[in-house]
Design a protein around this ligand. Structure first.
Ligand code: PGA
Length: 249
């Protein structure tokens, strides 16, 4: 039996008041369910409002979409892992493709961010995925493994065991194109095998989420694919009713 993880990446959407309205509506559609994990990653400035709105629903956990790798200092505009933790975050996205491709985040930086997250008691959700050009060049496996190894390079095997990974092909994010369930499974199996090596465990249990144009119409099929342990959802997580349909998949 899977215990699926559903993660909502709101990106740069939902101001505090919208977020509160979202939570009110979402909770009405989604009574507590023990057999799944639900995570929401609001914008950092909205985190406090969502923490407050969810105070009676500790089953729904919150995260931030990015952190700096230093714990504090002169980094104007940035947020650290300890600040995110103190503000109510328990998780953090690391290496999301928009961080990598829009903001030029490097593999090395993702490794430092994962380490900072773990130091501060945040659970990292490490995102990996190939571009269309890399896919067409047959480089999917090598790109995903390079990103995964770099992101996990500075944490201990037992810390890797309590992290999460998301496979998000860049060409599928926000495009309406998804990987086929079979393609997702193939890449997830590559990630799974590498996680076994990195953790030294024969039966490792790191949840591997699929992300990229997931919606209420394709969620069930993607989630049923072998080695797909959950879904990381952007656009389709912004509507409370639609998101509730997905998390009940
Ligand atoms: P999307 O985004 O669901 O809008 O494709 C997913 C993500 O970027 O995490």
């Amino acid at each position: 039996m899977k215990h699926p993880v559903f993660a909502a990446n709101w990106k740069m959407n939902h101001a505090p008041a919208d977020a509160k309205a979202f939570v009110r509506q979402f909770l009405a559609y989604f009574p507590r369910q023990q057999d799944r994990t639900v995570l929401i990653f609001p914008p950092a400035l909205t985190l406090h409002a969502v923490t407050d709105a969810l105070k009676d629903r500790p089953d729904i956990q919150l995260g931030v979409q990015n952190i700096h790798w230093e714990d504090k200092g002169a980094f104007t505009g940035e947020n650290s892992a300890p600040i995110a933790r103190a503000a109510g975050a328990r998780y953090v996205l690391v290496g999301h493709s928009e961080r990598r491709h829009v903001f030029g985040e490097t593999d090395e930086e993702t490794g430092k961010k994962t380490a900072a997250a773990v130091r501060a008691g945040l659970t990292p959700l490490v995102c990996v995925g190939e571009t269309l050009a890399q896919r067409n060049a047959g480089e999917t496996g090598s790109v995903v493994l390079r990103q995964l190894r770099a992101a996990l390079a500075h944490i201990e095997p037992h810390q890797i065991s309590s992290s999460l990974v998301a496979y998000e092909p860049v060409w599928a994010i926000g495009t309406g194109k998804t990987a086929s369930p079979a393609d997702a499974s193939t890449v997830h199996a590559i990630i799974r095998s590498e996680l076994r090596t990195l953790t030294g465990e024969r039966e490792e249990a790191v949840p591997i989420l699929y992300g990229g144009s997931v919606n209420s119409g394709n969620a069930t099929t993607l989630l049923a694919a072998p080695d797909v342990d959950g879904l990381l959802v952007g656009g389709a997580s912004l509507d409370a009713e639609g998101w509730a349909t997905i998390v009940r998949a």
